[in-house]
Ligand binder design. Structure first.
Ligand code: NAD
Length: 486
């Protein structure tokens, strides 16, 4: 068992409406990326804890107070949870910043908007309806309803714990499912704080459960559990392959939100200031640890120098440091492993012939903590591994292009297909390119915009299924058809 200091803040799990230690009594450390030191200890879940949580969620689904609620009543509870988040923005923001290293000001912005997701889905609760069917039979009548699936398992990564959980939690609940959430072992704190609000909102016991711990055994046992009818997974491809095999055993439904290597394409008629700002927000926001990070910038040769000059000028002024400070513009990477990964890719990029224009090392003034400078690589072509593989850090690859056909081919030349940005004044061209790009999300003259109304998801190595928007309601319900012989 890891020897942990007793003065660390303790986080227990939330199962069946109760706060509970692990069945093994063990805890594991959670680290503050700004200092590299442990600040909390989190209950180390076991297979037994998972089974307890899934049984609780199953009981809450089968003929219970939750199942017998009307859709409108469920909607009201989900709305109340949104209200409680709005009232607790500062506390939730502090927890996620300390645990994950995300900027406090970014967290405040995100959490002020997060309730909108709960309100959007609460508003849909009484609109989850079926249809009457115009049958080609005179003496028959048929209609459809949409029913919840049962116990849902949500597996989330460390890069945006509250936001990525919300995308699963809010639609799953309004559709009438129950849920067991397994957060990343790196960042459990803010989600456990959210559970206090779930409790306060008045959800019946067992409707929402959290089991903390590692992929093995917690994630593995949860995704292989025969009572789990749907798994919503966000994370990396390796873990996803494991989850696919687990769900295949039980024919549980599955959505996978995986990585990306998203392009930002800047045409010669784009506004260079807007494009540069969009590229910077796209790759250096959240220290590059975003699935939709715009990690490749393709600049048309006629605008290349103008945009590059603006990128370098802005990047050289980015304030890196304590994520809890209001003036900081870029915080640390969330884990030590992630810092090592970034360092490995930067070394590889240099070996592959990429030229570092700015950044490329740990900032000298920040000895402690897992910081890395915002880094721009210039490439002459699109063949380097760092222009094709996901780094998940503050590293931008800039590549020149000469024409539309060439850039479409280069942008589509990774196995990922999650997001893309297009910067152009010619809107017909922007539409043409948006159609030709393999991606689930395309932003034109903007980047990283989100809304509860808009779906999120990709294809290829970026996974499948959609979160956010009305699409999610279909993911958390199934249709039933009733035939009546008149
Ligand atoms: P990860 O795959 O290591 O972990 C994700 C989650 O899976 C964690 O909770 C982990 O404990 C769990 N897990 C690990 N092994 C498992 C197993 N065998 N069975 C079940 N669960 C298991 O990913 P990460 O490092 O936490 O996150 C980074 C990745 O997430 C990146 O690739 C990133 O692009 C991706 N991501 C995607 C989106 C999106 O919406 N597309 C959003 C954010 C992050």
């Amino acid at each position: 068992m890891t020897e942990l200091k007793t003065e660390l803040k303790t986080f227990d799990m939330y199962i069946n409406g109760e706060w509970t230690a692990s069945s093994s009594g063990e805890y594991f450390p959670s680290y503050n990326p700004a200092t590299g030191e442990a600040w909390a200890r989190v209950a180390k879940g076991t297979a037994e804890d998972v089974n307890r949580a899934v049984q609780a969620a199953h009981q809450a689904f089968v003929n219970s107070e939750w199942t017998n609620m009307t859709y409108t009543e469920r909607g009201k509870l989900v709305r109340k949870l949104g209200d409680l988040i709005a009232e607790n923005v500062e506390e939730l923001a502090q927890y996620e910043t300390i645990d994950n290293g995300k900027l406090i000001r970014e967290m405040r912005g995100q959490l002020n908007y997060l309730p909108e997701f709960f309100y959007y889905y609460a508003g849909l609760a009484d609109k989850i309806h079926g249809h009457t069917l115009p049958l080609d039979k005179q003496d028959m009548f048929a209609f459809t309803t949409r029913e919840p699936l049962g116990v849902v398992a949500a597996i989330t990564p460390w890069n945006s714990p509250l936001y990525l959980t919300t995308l699963k939690l809010a639609p799953a609940l309004v559709a009438g499912n129950t849920i067991v959430i397994k957060p990343s072992e790196m960042t459990s704190a803010s989600l456990l704080e959210l559970m206090k609000l779930v409790e306060e909102a008045g959800f019946p016991p067992g409707v929402v459960n959290v089991v903390t711990g590692f992929g093995l055994p917690v994630g593995d046992t949860l995704t292989a559990h025969p009572l789990v009818r749907r798994v919503a997974f966000t994370g990396g491809a390796e873990s996803a392959r494991h989850v696919v095999r687990n769900t295949a055993e039980n024919f549980a439904q599955l959505s996978l939100e995986l990585g990306g290597k998203s392009p930002n394409i800047v045409f010669e008629d784009a506004d260079p200031d807007n494009a540069a700002m969009g590229i910077i927000a796209g790759i250096f926001g959240a220290t590059g640890q975003s699935c939709v990070a715009g990690s490749r910038a393709f600049l048309h040769v006629d605008i290349y120098d103008k945009v590059m000059e603006r990128l370098v000028d802005r990047v050289s002024n980015i304030m890196i440091g304590d994520p809890l400070s209001d003036t900081t513009e870029m915080g640390p990477l969330a884990t030590e492993e992630q810092l090592k990964r970034v360092e490995k890719y930067v070394k590889l990029g240099k070996e592959e012939g990429g030229k570092i224009i700015i950044g490329g090392k740990k900032p000298e003034h920040l000895e402690k903590g897992w910081y890395f400078e915002p880094t721009i690589f210039e490439h002459t072509d699109n063949n380097a591994r760092i222009t094709r593989e996901e780094i998940f850090g503050p590293v931008l690859s800039v590549i020149p292009f000469k024409n539309e056909a060439e850039v479409i081919e280069m942008a589509n030349s990774t196995d990922y297909a999650l997001a893309a940005g297009i910067w152009a004044s010619d809107i017909a061209k922007a539409h043409r390119v948006a159609k030709a790009i393999r991606a689930g999300i395309v932003w034109v003259n903007t980047y990283r915009s989100i809304s509860p109304i808009a779906p999120i998801g990709g294809s290829g190595l970026s996974g499948y299924g959609r979160e956010s928007g009305f699409d999610a309601i279909y993911e958390y319900t199934q249709s039933k058809v009733v035939w009546v012989n008149t």
